[in-house]
Design a protein around this ligand. Structure first.
Ligand code: COA
Length: 260
């Protein structure tokens, strides 16, 4: 597949999607949203890929939000279709078998902040700025910001950020649990690749199970979620990787997982 608004690289079991519209700080227009969705599906279907890094081109922005010049001309119906495309992109990331690491290299505002919240692990460069400034444009978030943000940082903190439209720096984002870690700007990709590489070396059956259990469990009651865990746990015992992992441990060797 060819892409115009993103760069897609595949190396050592890791797929890297780089949003490539630096002149507009990697703002998400309709075509870019479609391309990120398609790239995720392409990586999902590539059995050699076991982890994904999502980042932005240039040193200024991860994603500075949905494309305001495109949105400024939308009718309510077009805005609905646009929001549905955004939700579909983020659901594709969230439901993917692949762990997705957001490497936040600058502004992650509006749709940018909403995108990193759908990822599994988020690493921010020290200079990153995050926030949901939609209120300053006379709109509310359309790609899940009012829903994923309170689930991640709590309702009060989420409401403060959503209602004031205030941007926060990487350290504050780390303090409130919006990002996993903050690293020096020049160490961002190295750190993301190291974590992605570590994850890609595990059993891909289990990285898929763990991601699915945590995400599904967040939306259902504890008893049902725990039953789901029991069923995934027991079905692990029909896999090569369970036999290999336990045998390797007992023989004091490094396991060779096959993802089956
Ligand atoms: N949509 C469309 N274009 C955007 C954009 C967005 N979300 N964010 C930035 N751009 C464009 C700017 O219009 C500008 O284009 P120009 O060079 O043709 O004028 C270019 O990217 C550079 O942005 P600029 O504002 O000049 O950079 P800055 O360093 O002064 O400010 C920001 C950076 C991120 C603070 C500022 O661009 C901004 O507030 N962007 C909008 C953020 C937002 O509200 N996002 C949520 C949208 S729902």
């Amino acid at each position: 597949m060819t892409y115009k608004n993103i760069l897609l690289e595949k190396k050592d079991g890791i797929g890297t999607i780089k949003i490539n519209r630096p002149k507009v700080l990697n703002a998400l227009n309709k075509d870019t949203i479609i391309e990120i969705t398609n790239a995720m599906i392409e990586l999902e279907n590539d059995k050699k890929i076991n982890a994904v890094i999502l980042t932005g081109e240039g040193d200024k922005a991860f994603i500075a939000g949905a494309d305001i010049s495109q949105m400024s001309k939308m009718t309510p119906l077009e805005a609905k279709e646009f929001a549905e495309r955004g939700h579909n992109m983020l659901n594709t990331i969230e439901k993917s078998r692949l762990p997705v690491i957001a490497a936040v290299n600058g502004y992650a505002l509006g749709g940018g902040c909403e995108t990193l919240m759908a990822c599994d692990i988020c690493i921010a460069a020290k200079s990153a700025k995050l926030g949901q400034p939609e209120i300053n444009l006379g709109i509310s978030p359309g790609f899940g910001g009012t829903q994923r943000l309170p689930r991640l940082v709590g309702r009060m903190k989420a409401k403060e950020l959503l209602l004031t439209g205030r941007n926060i720096d990487a350290e504050e984002a780390h303090c409130i649990g919006l990002v996993n870690m903050v690293v020096d700007d020049d160490k961002l990709m190295e750190t993301a690749e190291k974590i992605a590489g570590k994850i890609a070396s595990k059993s891909s059956v289990q990285t898929n199970f763990i991601k699915a259990l945590v995400n599904k469990g967040a939306d259902i009651d504890l008893n049902t979620a725990n039953s789901l865990e029991i069923s995934y746990f027991s079905s692990s015992f029909s896999t090569h990787d369970q036999k290999e992992g336990m045998k390797a441990f007992l023989e004091k060797k490094k396991p060779e997982f096959k993802g089956k």
